[in-house]
Design a protein around this ligand. Structure first.
Ligand SMILES: O=P(O)(O)OC[C@H]1O[C@H](O[C@H]2O[C@H](CO)[C@@H](O)[C@H](O)[C@H]2O)[C@H](O)[C@@H](O)[C@@H]1O
Ligand SMILES: [Mg+2]
Length: 269
């Protein structure tokens, strides 16, 4: 499989390469059949909002994703911390290959869904955590089915107590789960996969096989994707700065990515 550096060097665009968005556009537009695109949702395709349900899917984005996916022979997957069913609703009526809950549930190219069963200990902890909302106004508990997230974006002073409460909850949950940190959020999720392993699972499927993987994300959980694509010779883009990230390219914000996808879609029509 071609590696990232030779893919970039080969691009005639790169000599005048102005920015990562231009590189992304140039490579996928010229050879859509050569690449596989793995996209995070919150903070990457969508702007961050004050609450999990406060997000907005800009009109046209779902259709642009579907058009770019068609240009790439279907080799476009969403890899998100959101529940798979929640992510599906965001981009309906399209049904993309989606890995939800940080890769621990996944709809493969055939449409089959792989997900883990919740333990009794986890379900008991899920019952108990909503009390945090009463204890600390502004803290939001997000029940994601097989995972649970506690947000402190609206109560930043509660970061420490939330992290301690989630560490205590982890002790009660026992094996099969792990703590996942993110942007002003702490989650308890199954430890059966991560976004890197989900991306690798897609690459073993005919739709994605033998393509140069491109991963685009913004948060701690996406580093597993960046590590995986870097190791496989793909391309890794972080929405935001690169400080401390394994990503090798930076996109300024979700709007830059949406504009790039819109241009890719338009050029394919
Ligand atoms: O992997 P992602 O698709 O980026 O999902 C990561 C988490 O996104 C959501 O939380 C984040 O976005 C919220 C809405 O913009 C924001 O209010 C919150 O502070 C962010 O952490 C979602 O609620 C989580 O379930 C996802 O794991
Ligand atoms: Mg994100």
């Amino acid at each position: 499989m071609e590696n990232q550096q030779s893919a970039i060097k080969r691009s005639p665009f790169v000599s005048g390469q102005k920015d990562a968005a231009g590189l992304l556009l140039e490579l996928v537009d010229r050879e859509p059949e050569r690449y596989a695109l793995f996209l995070d949702i919150d903070g990457t395709l969508l702007d961050l909002a004050e609450s999990p349900d406060g997000i907005r899917v800009p009109s046209g984005l779902a259709d642009d994703l579907a058009t770019v996916s068609a240009r790439m022979g279907g080799a476009l997957a969403l890899v998100t911390g959101r529940a798979l069913t929640y992510a599906d609703r965001l981009f309906a009526p399209h049904r993309f290959p989606i890995a939800g809950l940080h890769g621990t549930e996944r709809r493969d190219a055939s449409g089959a869904i792989i997900r883990s069963e919740s333990s009794a200990a986890f379900l008991a902890v899920k019952e108990d955590l909503p009390r945090l909302q009463q204890a600390w106004p502004g803290v939001l508990v997000e029940d994601k089915g097989a995972a649970i997230a506690v947000h402190y974006r609206q109560a930043p002073d509660c970061a420490d107590v939330v992290q301690q409460a989630m560490a205590d909850a982890m002790a009660a949950v026992g094996p099969g789960y792990e703590l996942q940190t993110g942007k002003m959020v702490v989650e308890i999720r199954p430890d059966s996969a991560d976004k890197g392993r989900a991306l690798q699972a897609y690459l073993s499927e005919p739709t994605f096989r033998d393509r140069v993987a491109i991963a685009i994300g913004d948060d701690v959980t996406d580093e597993a994707m960046f590590e995986c694509v870097n190791r496989l010779g793909g391309l890794s883009f972080r929405v935001g700065d690169l400080d401390g990230s394994l990503a090798r390219q930076s996109l300024n914000n979700p709007q830059v990515l949406r504009d790039t996808l819109s241009t890719l879609a338009r050029r394919g029509q």
